[in-house]
Design a protein around this ligand. Structure first.
Ligand code: 5GP
Length: 346
């Protein structure tokens, strides 16, 4: 046993220190980024915020709304091949730049992925997503996927430490998804004791990825636009959101009426709800590692996007970053023991 003594930080432990700025207005801030990915060499331009591949977030409807503003959606893996085909036929016009096809690492999932790419060769992004990205089997799967799809962008995760980021990039991934345990409906830290505070995970993983020319996605734990700004400030190239994009018209999931108010169901992809829906229940050898919750219904996702992008632009103006790309260079975090004033919130 060994103990690392330096304290790892989450979003709640820091704030971004304001800096002198020559920007007059937040409308001067450009949130678009331009990346050429390490292994596929594909070029991408857009606002690097992603909807999570959860079936109550990363839906086709969410993708249409987000792509409209050049944001990205990791589509959840439970759509059928024919649903993919009809979605793509109805909405082509560049949508392939803003969606990823998600997959796990089983043989069936690899076969389904192959059929989707055979039917829709224009698609460019693959999101290989497992709860624990530390297994040898996962690294092998990333290698095989790279061999099979040399010119597709491969997103792989989740991990939280620099050495595994490097291993996955060397195995052929372009973008590494970072986050174990911070998610709003995640119970991994409670069930297993395993995890890593997200801000430190981003700082350490971004350093490792950028050293090799790769990118990272900060996945999970953002509850406010301010957290998204902190994630970019820490060095994330992309930020993935689950809960912040749940509860909308586009988010999928059931609508629930309770006490005259409207809610939507939102749940982790390893929750009992998800496992009952897709895997015939919770297998005997495992525990559910996700919550099922109800979130207030929030109408069209567009208003939420505006709130998020406005907050992010404002963060950039506070530190004098004219482009999102400059945010991390201009970020000094201060460690704090307070966040929002809670007097009028409950
Ligand atoms: P949020 O933005 O809601 O805080 O986090 C979203 C992320 O939580 C997802 O992208 C995914 O990485 C993670 N997640 C989703 N469902 C589950 C789950 O059932 N268990 C765990 N451990 N993580 C989950």
């Amino acid at each position: 046993m060994r103990i690392e003594q330096d304290i790892k930080l989450g979003f709640k432990d820091v704030m971004i220190r304001p800096k002198r700025s020559t920007l007059k207005s937040r409308s001067q801030v450009n949130l678009e980024r331009d990346f050429t990915f390490l292994n596929s060499k594909i070029n991408w331009k857009g606002i690097p915020i992603m909807a999570a591949n959860m079936d109550t977030v990363g839906t086709f409807e969410t993708a249409l709304a987000l792509a409209n503003k050049k944001l990205f959606t990791a589509i959840h893996k439970h759509y059928s091949i024919s649903e993919w085909i009809s979605f793509f036929t109805e909405a082509p016009n560049g949508i392939e730049d803003y969606v990823a096809v998600s997959t796990g690492t089983s043989k069936n999932e690899a076969e389904k992925l192959a059929v989707i790419f055979k039917e829709i060769p224009q698609l460019k992004f693959i999101c290989i997503d497992v709860a624990n990205g530390y297994s040898e089997h996962f690294v092998d799967f990333v290698k095989r996927t790279r061999n099979e799809y040399p010119d597709k962008v491969i997103i792989a995760g989740n991990v939280v430490t620099g050495e595994m980021v490097e291993e996955l990039l060397l195995a052929g991934a372009d973008i590494i998804k970072v986050g174990i345990g911070p998610g709003s409906v995640c119970t991994t830290r409670v069930k297993t004791g395993v995890g890593y505070p997200q801000l430190s995970a981003i700082i350490e993983c971004a350093d490792a990825a950028h050293g090799l020319g790769g990118q990272i996605i900060s996945d999970g734990g953002c509850a406010t636009p301010g957290d998204i700004a902190k994630a970019f400030g820490a060095g994330a190239d992309f930020v993935m959101l689950g809960g912040m994009l749940a509860g909308h018209d586009e988010s999928g999931g059931e609508i629930i009426e309770q006490g005259g108010k409207t809610f939507k169901k939102f749940y982790g992809m390893s929750s009992t709800t998800a496992m009952e829906k897709y895997a015939g229940g919770v297998a005997e050898y495992r525990a559910s590692e996700g919550k099922t919750v109800t979130v207030p219904y929030r109408g069209p996702i567009e208003n939420t996007l505006q709130d998020i992008l406005g907050g992010l632009r404002s963060a950039c103006t506070y530190v004098g970053a004219q482009r999102l790309k400059e945010l991390t260079k201009r970020t000094t975090f201060i460690r704090v023991a307070e966040q929002e004033n809670q007097v009028y919130t409950n």
